[in-house]
Ligand binder design. Structure first.
Ligand code: ADP
Ligand code: GLC
Length: 488
């Protein structure tokens, strides 16, 4: 089979720029797809870290944005990923204080519609041979930031034949990229797109909806979430459209980049270990307890949370259960950042329980790795979760996940019921109903299993051996690309 050329379009990419799981996936997918026989390039906004990493520059490609602004698309190789990349060099749009989406006061940048429309516009131009030396056959865009690529491509195709398909992956339907209707005129799309069959959403423009309306194929990041988003409860107002497009919608479970997340070779943790030789895990636990000033007790059940602090993640369940957990001798280590009220509530509690609770507010890649390595249980009680990566990192690091049975959490974690323990399927703790009581029953199961240490160790060893690598997901993406190309 000839090599398939794929352009991946995203706002974030690990290790250069990360606010959540999207970056991990965008960083791992190119190598996984290459191993599966694709030739992958990426297109990224010219944020400082991305521009700095770009080497072996070839002559830039000139582009005029729909609102008349001239920009240059740089071509080169991202050194830290060893990956060919197109980077949109537009300092007025991308080089500024704050994060990729928000300013230093955590307010959305006022021109986000332009910043991300340009990302998609450049993708569609590359699909139309902006680079005479390399033209993709598949444009695979991620989340609302890159969703308009499908719309721009659909309208290029209306003007001229285009042997390129668009694939749009939803990582989180809750973040939609909504903007005021007046801004539509700046996007350079035909008027018909601002309609209920296009990207109009209750009088606003929705980048997410454009992706869902115009992509040749839609994927999301777990099979269960692919079903959930077709229901009114989890459809964020787009479930009707998703049901109408069910024929081209599928769920492909995310995977773990084992070159980054593997306790046997992880430079960010103090002691290496694996399922065969797990002793280093106890040393990692002791080291973290010492570093954080927690009581040095090897037998304290240590819970870990590495999370964005948002409503989605269900962490109020943990706050409410905290006293009961600590009374039972547990310890809790939290790393996160996000909503101010949650940050404050967690920090206040940490001050009250310095020997059993540690809270670090902020973003810290190394601390995240150390928490997975040290903890016994990874808590992910999310209200909803498209896929979730931290429960999978928990599995790899032998920190058994405790999760709400929703989205990708339901697809990756099997509760320690007696029958699933007996059959060797159990790898964590799962609660079905999103309630305090159900969460606390799952906590009780984790304490109960921890009291049977031989059984605990058996489950942990199995969890660590589980295959969570990219081969399977990459194969499914390639099959999907091929199928889309065949239907052109
Ligand atoms: P989401 O993308 O919804 O935030 P995921 O579980 O898919 O959830 O991915 C979260 C990613 O972000 C993981 O790689 C996790 O380790 C990382 N992460 C979350 N919060 C922090 C933090 N405060 N510091 C370091 N890494 C974090
Ligand atoms: C989103 C989702 C998360 C998923 C990640 C990567 O941020 O919230 O569940 O794991 O994207 O696909």
């Amino acid at each position: 089979m000839p090599v398939m050329k794929v352009l991946q379009v995203s706002a974030e990419i690990f290790p250069l720029l990360k606010t959540g799981g999207l970056a991990d996936i965008a960083g791992a997918m190119p190598r996984a797809l290459s191993a599966a026989g694709c030739e992958v390039r990426v297109l990224l906004p010219g944020f400082a870290a991305v521009l700095e990493d770009l080497q072996e520059l070839q002559p830039g490609l000139e582009l005029t944005a729909p609102w008349g602004q001239g920009v240059v698309v740089r071509r080169g190789r991202l050194a830290s990923l060893d990956l060919m990349a197109y980077v949109i060099d537009a300092p007025q749009l991308y080089l500024r204080a704050g994060g990729p989406y928000q300013d230093a006061q955590r307010q959305p940048h006022a021109d986000n519609h332009r910043r991300f429309a340009l990302l998609s516009f450049a993708a569609a131009e590359l699909a139309c041979a902006l680079d005479a030396e390399w033209q993709p056959q598949v444009v695979h865009s991620h989340d609302w930031h890159a969703a308009l690529a499908s719309a721009y491509m659909a309208f290029s195709r209306a003007r001229q034949p285009l042997a390129v398909v668009s694939v749009y992956t939803v990582h989180n339907l809750a973040y939609q990229g909504l903007f005021a209707a007046e801004l539509f005129a700046e996007l350079g799309l035909p008027d018909s797109v601002f309609s209920v069959d296009g990207m109009e959403y209750h009088g606003q423009i929705s980048f997410m909806k454009a992706g869902l309306s115009y992509a040749d194929r839609i994927t999301t990041v777990s099979p269960t979430y692919a079903r959930e988003i077709q229901t009114p409860e989890q459809g964020c107002g787009l479930d009707g459209l998703l049901r109408a497009r069910a024929g081209v919608l599928s769920g492909i479970l995310n995977a773990v980049d084992e070159s980054v997340w593997n306790p046997a070779h992880d430079p960010l943790i103090p002691f290496a270990y694996d399922a065969r030789k797990p002793a280093g895990k106890a040393q990692c636990k002791a080291a973290l307890q010492q570093e954080l000033g927690l009581t040095q007790r090897s037998d304290a059940l240590l819970f870990g949370v590495v999370s964005r602090l948002t409503e989605q993640k269900g962490l109020h369940l943990v706050l409410t259960a905290l006293d009961a957990m600590l009374e039972r001798g547990a310890q809790l280590v939290v790393l996160g950042s996000g909503e101010a009220a949650l940050e404050r509530a967690l920090s206040d509690l940490a001050a009250a329980y310095p020997e059993t609770l540690s809270v670090r507010i902020g973003y810290d890649e190394q601390h995240a790795h150390r928490i997975f390595a040290a903890s016994d249980v990874t808590l992910v009680p999310s209200r909803f979760e498209p896929c979730g990566l931290t429960q999978m990192y928990g599995l790899k690091y032998g920190s058994l996940p405790l999760v709400h049975r929703v989205g990708g959490l339901a697809d990756t974690v099997v509760d320690c019921t007696l029958e699933d323990l007996a059959e060797g399927l159990a790898n964590g703790f799962v609660f079905a109903e999103f309630s305090q009581q159900a969460f606390e029953r799952a906590l009780c199961r984790s304490f109960a299993l921890y009291a049977r240490r031989t059984e605990w160790n058996r489950v942990r060893s199995r969890a660590m051996r589980q295959s969570l690598g990219w081969e399977n997901a990459a194969r499914q993406y390639v099959a999907l690309y091929q199928d889309a190309l065949n239907s052109l």
